[in-house]
Design a protein around this ligand. Structure first.
Ligand code: ADP
Ligand code: ZN
Ligand code: MG
Length: 345
């Protein structure tokens, strides 16, 4: 039997604001533990959050850059779960009224272009960080990251191979960098994703049971983990077995996924609108103002490199895949460099 893989990604992008989403604490990475905290992000009783306007502006930018519909009325909701790195006992996120919906981006794999749908995009706060040092009996918690703004971008299950998933991930990474709203640093966790994957017999419409690879933070790991899951799930299905829906953690040292325990299994978050924050009402004029500030995006820049610098499509795609590389290339051309040196004679 022939199987087809179906992949959908949930991406978390840290927005590059100076301060956190609901308080004035710095978002700077690498400070001494718990020095960038205050009553609000520590979740003290009785404090009130104040929404950072830059977070909304940056999120709208990403919505516009991906052809999404911006919901001019959207709302924060509480996602309730208890975890030591989340002192409030809930994460302030968005639920039924997210900032943006119905977007899309184009990817290209092996010369084939394809649109990937974006289901929704919502603003939320990041949790803190637990530090488990094997040499010490205790665990530590660092709440500097608590309250750092995140944009969560949920895709439709539109990808059909690990290559397509990687191309989509790279495209979103590039767009965020072009917009200059996320530093994209994957080692520091500024850009990470949960990859959902299932298999189904070719021709079947209904989706198969999925597994979810949590918190992937390198393109290489996403590719390897998805390829592993394709093989593992295919073997199970060919054997007549059923795939268990579960959250997995990719063990990059041993090159295999491990089942996760804990909060990921319980999925009863009891969402409700956050009573501490009024709904976010965005006026059309502001959206248009933000639209005016959009830079040239990777796809448009690629087309321009082809026409203006007479580059082959492949070269143009490679050079525009990262904003830094594209800027460097254009600066070199401006200094008199030849866009492409063709073999002579
Ligand atoms: P949850 O909130 O439990 O993570 P969602 O239904 O919001 O689940 O889906 C999360 C992601 O998983 C989305 O990107 C979606 O496209 C993808 N997804 C959902 N069902 C499947 C499936 N059967 N196979 C592959 N991907 C899936
Ligand atoms: Zn704070
Ligand atoms: Mg999920």
């Amino acid at each position: 039997m022939e199987f087809e893989s179906v992949i959908g990604l949930e991406i978390h992008a840290q927005l590059k604001t100076k301060s956190k989403i609901f308080c004035g604490c710095s978002t700077e990475f690498g400070a001494s533990p718990n020095t960038h905290t205050c009553q609000v992000c520590l979740g003290m009783p009785g404090v009130l959050p104040v929404l950072n306007k830059k977070v909304v502006e940056y999120s709208i930018k990403m919505g516009l850059a991906t052809d999404s519909t911006i919901n001019t009325f959207n709302q924060f909701a509480r996602k309730n779960y208890f975890y030591p790195d989340l002192p409030k006992g809930y994460q302030t996120s968005q639920f039924d009224l997210p900032l943006a919906e119905f977007g899309k981006v184009e990817i290209e794999v092996n010369g084939r272009k394809k649109n990937i749908g974006i289901t929704r995009m919502h603003m939320e706060e990041d949790a803190g960080k637990l530090i488990h040092d094997a040499r010490e009996p205790e665990s530590y918690v660092d709440l500097n990251r608590t309250g750092t703004p995140l944009l969560e971008i949920v895709s439709e299950p539109d990808m059909r191979s690990p290559d397509e998933a990687c191309a989509y991930l790279k495209k979103l990474h590039a767009i965020l960098k072009y917009l200059d709203i996320c530093d994209g640093n994957m080692q520091e966790g500024s850009f990470r994703c949960d990859a959902n994957i299932s298999l189904r017999p070719v021709g079947q419409v209904e989706l198969g049971t999925r597994t979810e690879l949590k918190n992937m933070n390198s393109f290489k790991n996403v590719q390897a983990a998805l390829e592993y899951e394709v093989r593992r799930q295919r073997d199970i299905l060919l054997d007549g077995g059923i795939v268990t829906q579960q959250a997995l953690r990719w063990d990059a040292d041993r090159n295999r996924p491990e089942p996760m325990r804990g909060k990921e299994e319980a999925h009863d978050y009891r969402y409700f609108p956050c009573p501490d924050l009024v709904p976010v009402v965005i006026n059309e004029e502001w959206i248009e103002e933000i639209r005016e500030t959009l830079p040239e995006l990777p796809d448009a820049r690629k087309e321009r490199f082809i026409t203006e610098h007479q580059l082959p499509e492949y070269d143009a795609a490679l050079l525009t895949g990262s904003r830094e590389l594209a800027d460097f290339f254009e600066a070199a051309v401006e200094c008199g460099g030849k866009p492409k040196r063709f073999p002579t004679g």
